[in-house]
Design a protein around this ligand. Structure first.
Ligand SMILES: [Zn+2]
Length: 275
């Protein structure tokens, strides 16, 4: 069998990230290295994986919705995507995602470095362990605390408005929340709403990889109706485009500052979790 190339850092692109490594890349990214088609025991990932070098580190990029945005949130092959990164030897996953704000103070254009999620999805295959091997992965701290710190610092360096922690309510989609649903999440005090963080983060944890979730706030969710000025579609699209630009710069800054070794316990998440 042909030996696979390797990568240390895996990046999931959200909507609008497709040109991430192929176009407009900053000077410290070497030109596109290669694109590879992978097949995992869980099927094909959502797209071929693009491999490149950024600041001397090997990076793999995968657009989670597919190259032509053909996978809606509930149809993303999450397990194949995570497994594809694992097969390449990825240790750190950077996962930016577009999100709506559930709080007045979390403004469009700001970034939230996620530390928690609330799973409101259904019907998604969310574990690699369906038996006979039984694993109860710890969920108390699903996101890597070390990558979180690096990301906060990188936002501050780039002067990107940042919330240092936050919970992502993950809804199944593809529909958006009703005003009542959104008001409910908002009242419970959660920060952002999104459709893709779950089960991505927990599958990465089952594979003992560090996972960084960055919510790029595009608009206020429906539940804040009457509390904030409604955002017009034109503004949403403008914020969305600006967020993508900022998040590219942020990812380059994070990679530049990523130490060779981190101190977290993500790489031993399965210790004590197996029955
Ligand atoms: Zn970690």
């Amino acid at each position: 069998m042909k030996k696979l190339p390797t990568a240390e850092i895996g990046i999931f692109g959200g909507s609008g990230f497709y040109s991430f490594l192929t176009r407009d890349h900053p000077r410290d990214a070497e030109p596109l290295v290669q694109k590879i088609n992978l097949t995992t025991p869980y099927g094909k990932p959502s797209a071929p994986v693009t491999l490149a070098k950024i600041s001397g580190r090997k990076v793999a990029f995968l657009p989670r919705h597919g190259e032509k945005h053909q996978f809606p949130p509930h149809k993303i092959p999450f397990k194949a995507n995570i497994e594809a990164f694992k097969m390449l030897g990825v240790k750190y996953i950077i996962s930016p995602c577009s999100a709506g704000s559930l709080k007045k103070e979390v403004k469009p254009g700001s970034f939230v470095i996620l530390d928690q999620f609330l799973d409101r999805t259904h019907g998604r295959d969310d574990t690699f362990y369906h038996g006979p091997e039984v694993v109860h992965i710890g969920g108390a701290k699903p996101y890597c605390p070390d990558l979180q710190k690096i990301a906060i610092k990188a936002c501050q360096t780039l002067k990107i408005p940042v919330h240092k922690s936050g919970t992502a309510v993950v809804i199944n989609g593809p529909r958006f929340s009703t005003t009542s649903e959104s008001a409910y999440f908002s009242k419970l005090g959660f920060e952002v709403i999104n459709m893709t963080q779950y089960p991505e983060v927990i599958l990465a944890r089952e594979k003992e990889m560090c996972f960084l979730g960055i919510a790029l706030i595009t608009d206020f969710d429906a539940g804040l109706a009457g509390k904030v000025k409604p955002v017009e579609l034109k503004e949403v699209l403008e914020v969305f485009a600006k967020n993508n630009e900022k998040s590219k710069k942020l990812i380059f800054e994070i990679i530049k500052n990523l130490p060779q070794k981190v101190d977290c316990s993500c790489s031993t998440a399965l210790t004590g979790a197996k029955i």
